[in-house]
Design a protein around this ligand. Sequence first.
Ligand code: 5GP
Ligand code: 5GP
Ligand code: 5GP
Length: 211
Amino acid sequence: TVSDKDDFDFFYFVQQWPGSYCHTKHSSCCYPTTGKPASDFGIHGLWPNYNSGSYPSSCDPDRPFVPSEISEDLKSRMSKNWPTLACPSSDGTKFWSHEWEKHGTCSGSIFDQRKYFETALNLKKQMNLLQILENAGIKPNGRIYSLHSITEAIREATGFSPGIQCNMDGSGHNHQLYQIYMCVDTSGSNFIECPLLPKGSCSSNIEFPSF
Ligand code: 5GP
Ligand code: 5GP
Ligand code: 5GP
């Protein structure tokens, strides 16, 4: 079904920690064909959501991702800030096209694919997540940090509380920092307090693996 594209309440802006995508008991990752990504959070997606917790998806089959509509400069910024870690190795086009088709097409008529990707890149630049954590002494070094200290560091630096998702590390024993959700208004320009946080999946102390 095609839903009304301007009909959503806020965005989740979701970033992933590559070390946690790559090191789990049941799966590993593949570096993109453009090389090993930086040791930094990468964008997963910018996802329209309803206040109820549900969300629209794949809103317009007539607007497929067309790589030629975005400039080489934008593509190179995406390779750097929105790297794909799924196997087999690829250049990112598949990941970006999935995000555009599933979520981007539901983002409202002001978002064409160029604006959708640029908006996400700008949000990442507005909030240097790794720097915020490092400033609070929270580093990707394989140590264990309290979930509370991570949440508070981000809240103090940005004014907004993040949602944090974990997955299991390679031993299958420790929860590790996997994804950080921030909420953004429907213009895509301003962080807001989350109307609702995604379901938590972390224990009270979690690992921040290196990458
Ligand atoms: P998972 O079930 O692995 O958490 O999520 C699978 C996919 O569903 C995500 O990559 C994303 O595309 C979508 N998704 C999961 N949770 C949410 C959510 O709370 N809001 C939105 N908009 N999409 C979500
Ligand atoms: P679950 O209910 O197990 O979280 O999700 C089952 C599947 O339905 C997942 O693939 C998830 O991405 C999708 N899903 C869950 N809630 C929503 C929703 O509100 N909208 C859409 N489009 N998909 C959803
Ligand atoms: P979502 O969970 O956003 O619906 O879908 C993520 C899709 O993109 C999955 O099919 C997943 O295999 C693919 N994908 C490609 N690269 C990545 C990546 O680096 N991280 C995540 N989470 N998914 C990726």
